[in-house]
Design a protein around this ligand. Structure first.
Ligand code: 5GP
Ligand code: ZN
Length: 126
């Protein structure tokens, strides 16, 4: 596989070396359930190629980036949350608390959510 990182937990899931509850797979992406769900429905959608974060995405990854976005609706459909609604979140870097450095979109749904990320706090620099 192109650009596989043997030390990356999500690359190992792509290769089947670590078990995961796979929901969907196509040529570019893999979707599986998050091991510690933060919502009633919580899937991770990842590129099969190792790319550390959104900040590492390059022009040559255009097809992969499109596939990640297009997979969101498909996976939401499989999870039964396409109509009720969902959030598709990419944490990138320290301030966003990214903990696994292989791009992953969190697909979250199954109940009403809140917004914005800092409820009740004034945004000092808008
Ligand atoms: P981050 O904090 O980087 O945005 O999200 C990483 C996510 O990966 C977390 O929600 C965490 O629960 C999930 N995760 C970490 N290790 C594993 C694993 O081995 N299997 C699965 N299915 N999810 C994992
Ligand atoms: Zn990886």
């Amino acid at each position: 596989m192109e650009n596989h990182n043997p030390d990356c937990i999500f690359c190992r899931i792509v290769k089947g070396e670590i078990p995961a509850e796979v929901i969907y797979r196509n040529d570019h992406v893999l979707a599986f359930r998050d091991i510690a769900p933060a919502a009633p429905s919580h899937a991770l959608i990842i590129p099969q190629e190792h790319i550390a974060s959104l900040s590492e995405l390059e022009e040559r990854h255009r097809d992969i980036a499109a596939s990640l976005m297009l997979a969101a609706g498909t996976v939401a459909d499989i999870l039964g949350i396409r109509e009720s609604g969902y959030r598709f979140v990419f944490n990138s870097g320290a301030d966003a608390m990214q903990s696994v450095f292989h791009i992953h979109g969190h697909l979250l749904g199954g109940r009403q959510m809140g917004w914005p990320p800092f409820p009740g706090e004034a945004v000092l620099h808008g």
